[in-house]
Write a protein that binds this ligand. Structure first.
Ligand code: GTR
Length: 421
């Protein structure tokens, strides 16, 4: 397979050391997305479709795992209940939709919170941001109208002391605790709908031997089957299945967005499911937008050790052997082409390797060009803080640390307006 060479000095480093020094980033070459496994070059969009299939299988087989075949196909989606009410002082309607994900007695329920602006363009259909959250829908806004999540929640010491969580369940006190991450009113004011769901509804985020969430119904995944990230990505597709049924949402204008581990999830969802018109990765880092071969900040070994349930077991064979991976994360970005992608970093979030996140966008550019888009534009250098760059592939590194801010949302709204609507 042809390779893209990147010149860096060789590292002298113990394997468990965390590297934040650019001069210690190892020398590596990236697999070229535009060469088939048999060494032939991809020269036109038709051939890319075939190569795309190859790359998708590589990510399934070596990293995120396969979605169990039966549930990847369009299974009927059961709408268990819908409650609708006025929201944001009458500017929007809040719909709370409980979805039964599969036809199985142990199927988990996904609670989709959907806020739709009353002012809608054209034929009354809104574009939408479909997002996933870390702490429950009731934490994204303080309104008592939002149903308190009854799904499992991590019980950190601080949260327990503050009475935000008792026996791994959220309390009333936790309403709105993550509101600063979700610029809901700004989104609604720009005429875009906002949808979110809590990832624990699909699979609780701990190494439980795959006994909870969707796995309780489907059983323990095989070596090549999905880990939790795969199951959350599938949750996004199920939520999209529902959005497609609504006549007040334009399902061809839906952006999928997630932060951090859920940014990894948004990328994997957007790579597999081509219904998403824009894919947004917020500080997704290792296993998300950051190139694994750079070994900067969080590394493959570390992520597989700390979060053994996130990826398929097959991914552990690349612990400290990133160069043997048949893929790297620029190829994940290339799977999104020609649809727009937004990769966002934060300058102090070095654990997520901002430069590695930028480079995956840059090295996906040839695929975007082949498919007739303007890719990342004329930029080849990692930009300065708060300087958004790019065209169909967009990138920024804002000031501050790991998180989602209004600044991030302003860029996503602009990208939505310029690239999707
Ligand atoms: C960290 C993990 C990262 C990132 C982050 C998050 O502990 O190492 O990969 O996903 O969590 O999700 O906030």
């Amino acid at each position: 397979m042809a390779a893209i060479s990147l010149l860096f000095t060789l590292p002298v480093m113990a394997d468990d050391e965390v590297n934040y020094d650019e001069s210690k980033v190892p020398r590596f070459s990236l697999p070229d997305p535009l060469f088939f496994a048999d060494g032939k070059r991809v020269v036109n969009p038709k051939q890319w479709q075939k190569r795309r299939g190859e790359i998708l299988s590589l990510f399934e087989d070596h990293m995120y795992g396969q979605t169990p075949a039966k549930w990847g196909a369009k299974e009927p989606l059961i709408v268990d209940s819908i409650e609708s009410t006025e929201f944001l002082n009458g500017k929007a309607t809040l719909h709370q939709v409980r979805l039964q994900l599969i036809e199985h007695p142990k199927s988990p329920m996904l609670d989709l919170m959907l806020v739709i602006p009353k002012q809608r363009p054209g034929e009354g259909k809104s574009p939408a941001f479909l997002t996933v959250n870390f702490r429950g829908n009731h934490t994204v806004h303080p309104s008592p109208k939002i149903r308190l999540s009854d799904s499992w929640v991590q019980e950190g010491k601080k949260e327990r002391e503050q009475g935000l969580v008792i026996d791994n369940r959220s309390t009333e006190k936790s309403r709105g605790i993550r509101a600063d991450r979700w610029a809901i009113e700004k989104i609604i004011d720009s005429g875009i709908a906002f949808a979110t769901w809590y990832y624990s509804d699909v699979d609780p985020d701990f190494d439980d031997g795959f006994e909870n969430g969707i796995h309780a119904a489907l059983g323990k995944p095989g070596e090549k089957e999905w880990g939790s990230i795969g199951s959350w990505a599938w949750g996004f597709s199920r939520a999209m299945d529902y959005l497609e049924t609504r006549d007040d949402i334009n399902s061809s204008e839906v952006a999928v967005m997630g932060h951090s581990r859920l940014g990894k999830t948004a990328l994997w969802a957007g790579a597999q499911d081509q219904r998403f018109a824009l894919v947004i990765s917020n500080n997704s880092g290792c296993g998300g937008a950051a190139l694994s071969r750079r070994r900067f900040g969080e590394k493959v070994t570390r992520i597989n050790t700390n979060f053994p349930h996130w990826f398929s077991d097959a991914f552990t064979q690349y612990n400290d052997r990133e160069n043997e991976l048949p893929i790297d994360q620029h190829m994940l970005i290339s799977l999104i082409a020609p649809r727009p992608v937004y990769i966002a970093s934060a300058v102090d979030d070095r654990w997520a390797d901002p430069k590695g996140e930028f480079l995956s966008g840059l090295h996906a550019d040839p695929v975007y060009r082949l498919l007739g888009t303007d890719g990342i534009g004329s930029t080849t250098e990692h930009p300065e803080v708060d300087q958004p760059i790019g065209k169909t592939i967009r990138y920024h590194m804002r000031k501050g640390g790991h998180g989602v801010t209004d600044y991030d949302w302003e860029q996503y709204i602009r990208a939505m307006q310029e690239l999707v609507i």
